[in-house]
Design a protein around this ligand. Structure first.
Ligand code: ADP
Length: 583
């Protein structure tokens, strides 16, 4: 096995340094409990010998007391070792988890599109969990048990060199046999975990899509896939369990053999008067004790292989650099700002190099005006919104907010100044208040209620069962798409942005919610620049300018009234046809 010590060292140093006190406590507790385990049998041996040889009887109670005290102390130190171990492991893994989460959050959308949430969860939690033993115990255990093993063998050599030599040989053979067998169990378990991940992935997908599956009569197919996976799973599980059982069987067999060797040796040496009965007991006891470090070392080395894979994956994730370059650059206006696209070319990562998602897009929207963007699905409307928030950087051209190019502005400031309401509003399983403030306790209820009032949403808030305290369930249950957009409007309003981008809910809204939404949008857009990806005629009435996109190219851009008055304009023709988006 190749052990990348440098990587381990770097990780350990990073996350254990801040809690060196606890690490020292853990080391002392572990090493002391090991030392006590070697010392205690000596007292028992003295006890047995004193009884058999009829020695000083008055010392026996003291020996018994010392034995009990040391046994108790061993437990106390083991307990402290567990306590320190858990503390060190949790502190280190939590620090690593938050580092990974912070890292993932600052990566751009192209990274998140390429990695599923399940995969990231597995990295941030699964892999980090696998490291928990590594941080707390692995190194100390391999060292500690190595010392225990050597300690036992040295004591055995001192008790009787012949016994020492035989049991050293035995320990060597046992350790190499067990380590050799261990590799046989790794592959079946890896395959088992792979199928298990596949199974839960499929299950999750099926539960998420249950409505479509039932509605389209796909249940038999889904069940067929389910059974096929189960059928594949069972034999792999059998194989993995069998490999583990062989390993367990071999270790039990080996240690029974060790006991038999120790018993035969002790009996022979005692018969030859080479050792006392106490020493015979010691040889037997120490041989028994040998199984512990040998098993532990085997286990820890097995763990090390999983740890190695996890460390590799974590380092790989940490080494991904965000594509967007941060800059402190140009400050953004605090009031409504102009939006300019100048010869913008953009394509997503991995897209065909001859194709552009946005092809030479240019327009300029004066401050405080509203732009309505129209186009078929896939024409690039949402991409314009994503670029304005700098989720991606463009390949050529320039996008400006006010006077400043957004490529030169500070990302966090940009996202503070631009508010986005998407079709798919992300709501959390929390109260309406927390959903509005993004869990920011500094935003008071008065501010929220004022915002609601300004957006004319106070009556709607009162209609919720518990007002701001209303709890939203999983998948924002209890709220329609339109209501979720209402919440998102308040959210954006609380940010007080200079530019508001609105990707309208394309699903049909009930007339009441639609009316609420319309009024709230009017209020939100007053004194702000607005960009609306429109799906409804109603919304276009408030647009000052209209942009029509087709396959990433601007086919029409101009003042709404002017376009309306030109009967040959695409906009006028679209309105006549009464359709805005052709799916
Ligand atoms: P619209 O909002 O007009 O429906 P989009 O702006 O979402 O269209 O998408 C424009 C084009 O870019 C589509 O062809 C879409 O398939 C492609 N696209 C969107 N997002 C990505 C992405 N993350 N990676 C690759 N291609 C994408």
């Amino acid at each position: 096995m190749q052990i990348p010590l440098q990587q381990y060292g770097a990780l350990l140093a990073n996350y254990l340094k801040p809690q060196w006190g606890a690490v020292v406590g853990l080391t002392i507790a572990l090493l002391t409990s090991i030392a006590l385990q070697i010392i205690n049998p000596q007292i028992l041996s003295y006890f047995i010998d004193t009884i058999f040889t009829g020695g000083e009887a008055q010392s026996l109670p003291w020996a018994a007391l010392a034995f009990s005290a040391i046994a108790l102390l061993t437990q106390v130190f083991s307990l402290s070792a567990t306590y320190w171990g858990e503390t060190v492991a949790w502190t280190a893994t939590n620090a690593l988890r938050s580092d990974l989460v912070a890292h993932c959050l600052q990566l751009d959308l192209s990274f998140h599109k390429a990695h599923t949430p399940g995969e990231l969860l597995e990295r941030v939690d699964g892999d980090v969990n696998a490291l928990s033993r590594f941080f707390s115990q692995l190194v100390i255990h391999v060292f500690g048990n190595g010392i225990l093993l050597i300690g036992i063998l040295v004591v055995l050599w001192f008790e009787n060199p012949f016994a020492g030599m035989s049991l050293t040989l035995f320990a060597g053979v046992a350790l190499s046999v067990l380590l050799g067998l261990r590799s046989g169990a790794i592959a079946p378990w890896a395959e088992y975990r792979q199928i298990s991940a596949e199974f839960y992935g499929t299950l999750g997908e099926q539960i998420a899509g249950r409505e479509d599956i039932c509605a389209n009569g796909a249940v038999p197919y889904v069940m067929y896939r389910f059974y096929a996976l189960l059928q594949h799973w069972l034999p792999v599980y059998h194989q993995a369990r069998f490999a583990s059982t062989v390993l367990w069987f071999s270790s039990v067999g080996l240690f029974t053999l060790g006991n038999a060797i120790a018993l035969t040796l002790s009996a022979y040496l005692w018969q030859q008067n080479a050792i006392t009965i106490g020493t015979a007991y010691l040889i037997f006891h120490y041989t028994n004790l040998l199984s512990q470090p040998i098993e532990r070392i085997r286990e820890e080395l097995e763990q090390l292989q999983q740890v190695e894979a996890s460390i590799y994956r974590i380092r790989e994730l940490l080494s991904i650099q965000p594509r967007l370059k941060q800059s402190v650059g140009v400050p953004l206006p605090s009031t409504a700002c102009a939006v300019t696209f100048e010869n913008v070319y953009f394509r997503y990562q991995g897209q065909n190099p001859d194709e552009w998602t946005l092809h030479n897009v240019s327009f300029s929207l004066p401050p405080g005006q509203v732009l309505g963007i129209l186009g078929r699905t896939g024409s690039g409307k949402s991409t314009i919104a994503r670029l304005l928030l700098r989720f991606y950087d463009i390949q050529s051209g320039e996008i400006r907010l006010g006077e400043g190019a957004i490529a030169k502005t500070c990302l966090s400031q940009l996202r503070q100044r631009v508010g986005l309401v998407t079709q798919d509003v992300q709501l959390f399983q929390a109260s309406v208040r927390d959903n509005l403030t993004f869990f920011d306790p500094h935003i008071s209820d008065t501010v929220i209620l004022e915002a609601m009032e300004t957006l004319l949403l106070s009556p709607w808030l009162k209609s919720l069962p518990n007002g701001l305290n209303t709890q939203l369930g999983a998948e924002s249950s209890g709220l329609s798409a339109g209501q979720a957009q209402l919440l998102a409007l308040v959210r954006v309003f609380l940010k007080n942005p200079s530019l508001v981008i609105l990707d309208e809910a394309s699903s049909r809204l009930d007339p009441q919610t639609e009316a609420l939404l319309e009024r709230a949008i009017d209020r939100l857009l007053s004194n702000r620049t607005g960009i609306i990806i429109a799906h409804r005629l109603q919304t276009l009435k408030r647009a000052d300018r209209i942009l029509i996109l087709e396959q990433g190219k601007v086919v029409e851009y101009g003042d709404r009234q002017t376009l309306l008055s030109q009967s040959q304009s695409q906009f006028a023709q679209l309105l006549n046809a009464q359709t805005i988006e052709h799916p």
